[in-house]
Ligand binder design. Structure first.
Ligand SMILES: [Zn+2]
Length: 158
């Protein structure tokens, strides 16, 4: 048996574990391994004598407080996501209703509403919405896609 063969078992030996007679025989006749064993035992004693540090006084309280705060923040994020989803849903319903009303011819161009927008948007809206249910459906799909994107954006940016 060579010194290298004890590399993996020197710790166990230091902790007092009984190993094979060959191991013990080698240590008995090898000054180098005796020194290694003495060193390993010294390290073990040193580690055993070290006291585990006491946690600071309000440790548990502070940890629980932080957990509560993190939880509250997570709930806030869910709330924001929910509100945005509700707003997007309402916008979707309104857009769908307007599109439907428009395609059914129940809605005439409301000048006061459209005047608030730029002329380009106004004419684009007027021309596209006037094309009927197909465009209204497309607008509905676009709105829902935007609503979804908005919701995801709100969820990740907070
Ligand atoms: Zn040795």
């Amino acid at each position: 048996m060579r010194c290298d063969d004890l590399d993996d078992v020197i710790e166990a030996l230091a902790e007092g574990e009984a190993l094979s007679a060959e191991h013990h025989a080698h240590v008995a006749g090898c000054a180098r391994c005796q020194a290694r064993l003495a060193m390993a035992r010294a390290v073990d004693r040193l580690l055993a004598s070290r006291e585990a540090p006491e946690p600071p006084g309000a440790f548990t309280f502070r940890v629980m407080e932080r957990v509560g705060r993190e939880q509250w923040r997570a709930e806030q994020i869910v709330d924001v996501g929910f509100n945005v989803a509700v707003v997007a849903g309402v916008a979707l319903v309104v857009a769908g209703a307007v599109g439907l009303a428009w395609s059914m011819g129940w809605l005439t161009v409301e000048r006061p509403t459209l005047e608030a927008m730029s002329t380009a948007i106004e004419s684009w809206l007027a021309s596209t919405l006037a094309k009927g249910p197909t465009v209204a459906l497309a607008a509905l799909l676009l709105t829902s896609a935007l609503g979804l994107w908005w919701w995801v954006e709100g969820e990740t940016s907070l």
